[in-house]
Design a protein around this ligand. Structure first.
Ligand SMILES: *[C@@H]1O[C@H](CO)[C@@H](O)[C@H](O)[C@H]1NC(C)=O
Length: 314
């Protein structure tokens, strides 16, 4: 580290996706379509929940927070990726890279914590249906939304400040499509042991504790259904939890696949495809998972648009 000619890096080069140049346009169109779908789908959910007073329940307020988080999460990486694919200039300034890393961590964590809040909400709805409104009052809802914002601010800040401490020498090529913290660590020419320890312990806690809390909520839900097994109860549980369970599996499935099962040939291609799954595909699917089979959302869609039509005809 010492004695080396420390030319500090002022910008990084994002190599982007391992795509052949003749397929570049095809993938550009594909990712653009995915990003537009993500944006419109999540915006629609936000607008519907905001406009329709029937959906001002804790479950839908959490869902609108999740949609907001999805929208921001994909906006952290996608516009830059699309711009890079089109301009052939893959550079990103040092400060831009750290900013992207900060917001990437921020919204990934936020999503993680919101999934816990939603699991708790489902747990209360199924196990204490009679006390639901008393338990999930506005105070608790606000707490369950504000706490994730505080925790995730500190967590993302911790990683970003630790990263800002490091020196980067000649090598500034990131073999990824966004400023991923582990890719940055590999480039650094400083001692990265502290960063790795913090990522391992704090990052592990941030992933494992919410996961355990979600599992606990579902264990309680399942045991309460098994105590009084009835077709109606099972149906209700499925209709309440089905979408949430799908989103949780998608989110944790890719994370576990990426970080906990590092195969021997953990190539850059596999890593990129897996990160595409949770940065691009998951935020795009969430609105569909939540609204396709959901009667409340369809009803809201009808109400909001019919009201609009009436307003126009007046
Ligand atoms: C998030 O949830 C809080 C508390 O339930 C709610 O007041 C707020 O409107 C929601 N925010 C968004 C963007 O939906």
């Amino acid at each position: 580290m010492t004695g080396r000619n420390e030319t500090t890096v002022s910008e990084f080069l994002l190599l982007g996706l391992p795509i052949k140049s003749e397929h570049q346009n095809l993938f550009y169109a594909l990712f653009l379509a995915m990003y537009v779908t993500t944006t419109l789908g999540n915006l629609l959910i936000l607008v519907l929940i905001c406009l329709d007073p029937h959906l001002h329940t804790p479950m839908y307020l959490f869902l609108s927070n999740l949609s907001f988080s999805d929208l921001c999460f994909s906006s952290v990486t996608m516009p830059k990726l699309l711009q890079n694919m089109q301009s052939q200039d893959p550079s990103i300034p040092y400060a831009g890279c750290l900013t992207q890393m900060y917001f990437f961590l921020f919204f990934a964590d936020l999503e993680d914590f919101l999934l816990v809040a939603m699991a708790y909400d489902h747990y209360v709805a199924i196990c204490f249906p009679l006390h639901y409104t008393a338990i999930m009052g506005p105070r608790l809802c606000l707490f369950l939304v504000v706490l994730p914002w505080i925790l995730t601010t500190f967590h993302a800040m911790l990683h970003t400040l630790l990263m800002a401490r490091l020196h980067f020498c000649e090598d500034n090529v990131i073999p990824h499509f966004f400023c991923d913290s582990s890719a940055l660590l590999k480039l650094s020419c400083s001692d990265t042991r502290v960063n790795e320890l913090v990522i391992f312990f704090v990052g592990g806690l941030i992933i494992v504790i919410p996961f355990l809390l979600i599992i606990m909520s579902y264990a309680r839900i399942v045991s309460s259904i098994l105590k009084v097994p009835s077709a109606k109860g099972i149906c209700k549980a499925f209709s309440t939890c089905g979408s949430h369970l799908t989103v949780v599996s998608l989110f944790y499935g890719t994370i576990i696949g990426l970080y906990l099962c590092p195969s021997a040939n953990n190539s850059a291609v596999k890593e990129t495809v897996m990160s595409m799954m949770y940065t691009v595909v998951a935020p795009m699917l969430n609105p569909f998972i939540y609204s396709l089979r959901n009667r409340d959302m369809k009803g809201a869609l009808r109400r909001v648009f019919c009201k609009k039509k009436n307003a126009f005809s007046l």
